[in-house]
Design a binder for this molecule. Structure first.
Ligand code: CTP
Length: 401
C-alpha cells in the first residue's frame, strides 16, 4: 500500500503518455497522491485537463510561471514528494538527465530533487538500442536512477523490440519497491513527539508550546525510507505522520511507559518536549474558587527523564539514540553538555528563543552534535530537517549491518 506517499509524476512526450493516465489512477487507488508535471511534448499526447482531473491535484507545466513559483517554488516542488517518477521517459529526457541539463520545469525538478527517481523509458526500438541512449542509460544507473522496463513487443510505430513503456501495474510495483524497500527496511525506529500535559486537576494542566511538527516530520521521513516507526506522541497540534504505529499519551509517565513497551528498536529519536515536572498535589476533583479561601499552591515532583533512561539501559538500548536540546542561551555548550549528561549518541540542538520563531513555527535551525564533531545545518523547513536526520540515521544504521 502507498497510503500517504506523494509521487511527483513527470509525463514526457511519447505515445505511451496515455498509459500514464492509468498509472495515476492505479497509484491513487493504492492511497498515494500524485502531483503531475506535464512536459511540452507530453501535452501533445494527453490533455492537461485529463491529467489534472485524474490526479485531483494542481498540474504543473511551465518553468517560468510566476504564479506557480510564488505558490510553490520548483525546488520545494521537487522535494515535497517521496519519489519522482518519469513516465514515459523519452530518449530526449534521458539524454538531458544524463548530462545534467535543466532547461524546462521537468529537467529542473529532476536536477533539484533530493529524492530517488524512477524512470520508465519509452521510445522506438532503434532509439532505445542507439549507442547514445545505451550510454545515457548506463550513466543514469550509475547515478542511482531506478529503471522499470522498457518492455519488448509491438510498437505504435509498427516495429517490434524493446522500447515499449512498462505497463502501469509494473510501474506501480516498482514504485512500491522503491518506497517500501528503502535503506531502513526491516529497521524499527521509535520517535517521541509533541508536548506532555501534566494535570493540575481533571480540567487543568501544565503544557508547553511544542506543536509536534518536527517529530511528525522526522517520523514521515523515516517511513519514506522504509522504517517501521512507532510514534509516541503527546497531545500535538501537528498532523499525525502516516504509515506509523501511533501511540497517543498525555503525561511524561505515560510516555515513558509507552516507550518501554515499544522497545526494542534499532534507533530512537526523542523529539518530544517532555515536561520536567509534574504536579504532585494534582486534585482528582476540579479545584474551586471559594471566596475567602487561600489561593491554591501547586507542589511539583520531577518527571522521569525518558531520554536518559533509554540511553543508559542495558541490553535493549537502541544502537542509535538521538536527543533534542531546545535551548535559549549558550546553545552549543549547553547541548554538548546535555549529550554527555543524558548519555545519548547524537543531540539535535536548536535555539528556541522567541525571536527565532522555531517553537511552534515551520522552520528549524539546528546543529547536529555527535561524538566526533558537530554539523551546523542551514535554516530549513522542518520537513527538510526530518529528511536530513532520517538520511543520517539510515547511513549510521547501514554502517553497522
Ligand atoms: N527528555 C526526556 N524526558 C524528560 C525531559 C527531556 O526524554 N523528562 C528529552 C527530550 O525529548 C529531548 C531531551 O531530553 O530529547 C532534552 O530535553 P530538554 O527539555 O532540552 O532537556 P532537559 O533535560 O529538560 O534539560 P534542561 O531543562 O536543563 O534544559
Amino acid at each position: 500500500m502507498l497510503a500517504g506517499r506523494k509521487i511527483l509524476l513527470i509525463i514526457g512526450g511519447g505515445i505511451a503518455a496515455y498509459k500514464s493516465l492509468d498509472l495515476i489512477r492505479r497509484l491513487r487507488e493504492r492511497g498515494a497522491s500524485v502531483v503531475p508535471v506535464l512536459t511540452k511534448g507530453g501535452a501533445e499526447f494527453v490533455t492537461p485537463l485529463s491529467v489534472a482531473a485524474l490526479a485531483g491535484e494542481k498540474l504543473y507545466r511551465d518553468l517560468f510561471d510566476l504564479g506557480d513559483e510564488a505558490e510553490m517554488g520548483h525546488i520545494q516542488l521537487s522535494r515535497a514528494a517521496d519519489l519522482v517518477v518519469v513516465a514515459p521517459a523519452t530518449a530526449d529526457l534521458m539524454g538531458k538527465m544524463a548530462n545534467g541539463q535543466a532547461n524546462d520545469l521537468a529537467t529542473t525538478l529532476l536536477m533539484a530533487t533530493d529524492k530517488r527517481v524512477l524512470i520508465a523509458p519509452a521510445m522506438n526500438v532503434r532509439m532505445w538500442e542507439h549507442a547514445a541512449t545505451q550510454r545515457n542509460a548506463k550513466t543514469l544507473k550509475k547515478d542511482g536512477i531506478l529503471f522499470v522496463g522498457p518492455d519488448k513487443g509491438d510498437m505504435a510505430c509498427g516495429e517490434y523490440g524493446p522500447g515499449r513503456m512498462a505497463e502501469p501495474l509494473a510501474i506501480v510495483a516498482a514504485v512500491e519497491d522503491a518506497l517500501l524497500n528503502g535503506p531502513l527496511k526491516g529497521r524499527h525506529v521509535l520517535v517521541t513527539s509533541g508536548p506532555t500535559h501534566e494535570p493540575i486537576d481533571p480540567v487543568r494542566y501544565i503544557a508547553n508550546r511544542s506543536s509536534g511538527a518536527q517529530g511528525s516530520a522526522i517520523a514521515t521521513a523515516l517511513v519514506a525510507l522504509g522504517a517501521k516507526v512507532t510514534f509516541v506522541t503527546g497531545p500535538a497540534r501537528a498532523d499525525m505522520p502516516l504509515g506509523c504505529t501511533i501511540v497517543p499519551v498525555e503525561t511524561a509517565d505515560e510516555m515513558l511507559e509507552a516507550v518501554q513497551n515499544a522497545l526494542p528498536a534499532d534507533a530512537a529519536v526523542f523529539a518530544a518536549a517532555v515536561a520536567d515536572w509534574k504536579v504532585t498535589s494534582a486534585s482528582d476533583k476540579k479545584i474551586k474558587k471559594t471566596k475567602g479561601a487561600k489561593l491554591p499552591v501547586l507542589e511539583f515532583a520531577e518527571n522521569p527523564d525518558i531520554l536518559h533512561a533509554v540511553s543508559n539501559m542495558g541490553k535493549d538500548r537502541p544502537k542509535l539514540v538521538v536527543g533534542f536540546a531546545a535551548e535559549t542561551d549558550d546553545v552549543l555548550d549547553n547541548a554538548s553538555a546535555k549529550r554527555k549528561r543524558k548519555g545519548c549518541d547524537w543531540i539535535v540542538a536548536n535555539d528556541v528563543s522567541p525571536e527565532t520563531g522555531i517553537m511552534g513555527g515551520t522552520e528549524n535551525d539546528v546543529t547536529l552534535i555527535m561524538q566526533d564533531g558537530a554539523e551546523n545545518w542551514p535554516r530549513m523547513n522542518k520537513s527538510a530537517v526530518g529528511q536530513k536526520l532520517a538520511d543520517k540515521i539510515a547511513m549510521s544504521l547501514g554502517q553497522d549491518k
